[in-house]
Design a protein around this ligand. Structure first.
Ligand SMILES: [Zn+2]
Length: 324
């Protein structure tokens, strides 16, 4: 205290002002009382301000919190919309794309999966909007999981498609020589009369009559696994097409491919002749599937219209003349 106040009192007995000497204790007490009253007054004012007015920092935090909440709600709605789109894709995947490519549909238990382990959200539990934040996080995590399954499904389908494309190129699918008017069809697959002994015998391929030297085509992409003289078959080529398919071209006058050569559908591989056991110039053509001969008539679908196919089957069935 820079200025010391001096107090006096009127003494009627001495008829004079006399100085009052206050003790240090009294002065301390007065000082503390003042301080206390002032401090309490200040606190009351502060409390009132806080009650009715936020501090700028609290105010801005509250605003931020409100905005975050709104944003989360918006996000949640957007994720729901994304789910609707994904549902549609999953539905099409199972019932259209996978069905088309003969792939098993993916069950909903695999697609949606079990969502184990919510403990990953434990750190969010103490947030004021915990329900909103955890809910949105869960939604996004599940969406991510389902998208992963969906993308795997598409990868699988691309694989099947590639395999299919290769299959389409390789499978025998045209006639082994030009036979547009079908007049070259001589004899079909099945039991026929033996040309030499006149007895019923199983004819394991299809015969086409044609002039000597007529071009013979590979009926699908593949690899030549035989190009040689082969007993009764004469000059004979066998092409391996993969996927269990082989084709055989027999009684050739000559051929222009070597063992191991890669051939493509429609490529000239030899020329019609009558080498081996044959009663006339013709091509004997066989299709083998998994080591067994099958009816070649079923493997011309890239060459013939359904009507032509019917005519050919009829001709091949009715014609008794086998050239072997
Ligand atoms: Zn034959």
């Amino acid at each position: 205290m820079a200025k010391k106040r001096i107090h006096y009192f009127w003494n009627p007995e001495t008829l004079s002002f006399e100085r009052i000497y206050t003790s240090f204790r009294d002065r301390l007490f007065f000082g503390l009382r003042h301080l206390l009253v002032a401090g309490m007054g200040g606190l009351v004012v502060l409390a009132l301000i806080n009650l009715f007015f936020d501090s700028p920092r609290v105010k801005s935090l509250k605003e931020e919190n409100d905005r975050l909440q709104t944003q989360y709600e918006l996000l949640s709605r957007r994720v729901e919309h994304a789910y609707e789109i994904l549902d549609d894709i999953q539905e099409r995947d199972n019932n259209f794309y996978r069905a088309l490519l003969h792939a098993e549909p993916i069950s909903s238990s695999i697609r949606k999966g079990s969502f184990a382990g919510t403990e990953r959200y434990d750190s969010l539990k103490d947030l004021s909007s915990a329900r909103l934040v955890i809910g949105a996080s869960q939604q996004v995590d599940m969406l991510r999981k389902q998208l992963y399954v969906q993308s795997q499904s598409f990868d699988e389908l691309v694989g099947i498609l590639k395999e299919n494309e290769s299959f389409q190129k390789c499978v025998p699918a045209i006639q082994p020589l030009k036979n547009k008017d079908l007049k070259q069809t001589a004899s079909g697959f099945g039991v026929r009369l033996d040309p030499i002994y006149g007895t019923p015998r199983f004819h394991s391929g299809m015969d086409f009559t044609a002039k000597r030297g007529t071009e013979v085509y590979a009926t699908g992409d593949g690899v030549v696994v035989q190009a040689a003289r082969d007993g009764g078959y004469g000059n004979c080529i066998i092409v391996n097409h993969g996927f269990g398919y082989q084709t055989m071209y027999a009684h050739l006058d000559s051929y222009n491919v070597k063992n191991g050569a890669k051939v493509t559908r429609g490529q000239v591989i030899g020329f019609v002749g009558d080498t081996g056991k044959a009663t006339g110039v013709h091509l004997h053509y066989e299709v083998h599937y998994n080591g067994k001969t099958v009816n070649p008539a079923n493997y011309y679908y890239m060459d013939l219209t359904p009507e032509e196919y019917d005519i050919m089957v009829e001709m091949a069935a009715n014609s008794g003349h086998v050239y072997d």
